[in-house]
Design a binder for this molecule. Sequence first.
Ligand SMILES: *Cc1c(COP(=O)(O)O)cnc(C)c1O
Length: 342
Amino acid sequence: MALASKYHFASDNTAGICPEAWQGLQEANSGYHPSYGADEITARACESFRDFFETDCEVYFVFNGTAANSLSLATLCQSYHSVICGDVAHVETDECGAPEFFSNGSKLLTARTLLGKLDSLDVERLITHRKDLHYPRPRALSLSQSTELGTVYRPDEIAKLSAMAKNHGLHVHMDGARFFNALAGTTASPAEITWKAGVDVLCCGGTKLGMAVTEAVVFFDKTLALDFEYRCKQAGQLCSKMRFISAQWLRLLTDNVWQSHATRANRLARRLAEGLGSIPGVQILYPVDANAVFASFPEIIRDHLKARGWQFYNFIGGGSRLMCSWSTTDADIDAFLEDAQR
Ligand SMILES: *Cc1c(COP(=O)(O)O)cnc(C)c1O
């Protein structure tokens, strides 16, 4: 019990379901509703996305981020196409080849990243260095927002990458497993950081924000959404009791609930980084733009933290990764910092 109740910094998906998502589930749990997304709650949830992004987008719900990314990339590409992503991208390193599988073989081409971000010139070189038919033709650019290293692309950085990509005929995909933390880490509006900057399709993360089993796939370019529901169904990603997924989204997009959770997680990550940064020998590896802190600990501190029962990963980003979530408290940060200082 003691270990299970101690905050886990390993990932933001170790936390439970936030109260508002739970309330959404409760609200959806009465009476009878049409299945497979034909219900009123789902219609309202999709409408709330259109309000949120201030545009007429197509919205689909799937169970997880791997499906959201793979199915949307498969939609953008034919099997002989390629997707350009960062060398640390989740689609490349953590999806067991699902993007290649669902696209029937589109190849992922990795570009160098700096602090988790792609560089427009590097990507352009990868797109243009071959034009012949022996090279898998680049058709999509995939950006992670926030990045796997906890940094956040600004709207002008996205716009620059998108403009270059579109100039070469590529679509722009955003892996937004932590989109809301990224959004809360900037002063940009949801529209400014997505479609106004050239994003065609966004995989918008619900799970890490505090919901149970859901990610939304948002097509800003509606022509790209053609037949997407068939892909979801074929892949086993169409939920029959869709109202339980939609009700959570509706609650989280209402009254800026998303914002209070994302802002709080980001604030606590900054506090954690500031506290750790003042401990001799500890280095903060990347800017803390969202809810992730990457730290390099002397072995003695790391071993002590592990011995005290703290959970975090050491295999991502070349250091120890500490994630904050909707359920992290100031007391969790205090306790972690105290153990680190000992
Ligand atoms: C967590 C995560 C995902 C989604 O992972 P699933 O486990 O499939 O839900 C996608 N992209 C990034 C960057 C992530 O961190």
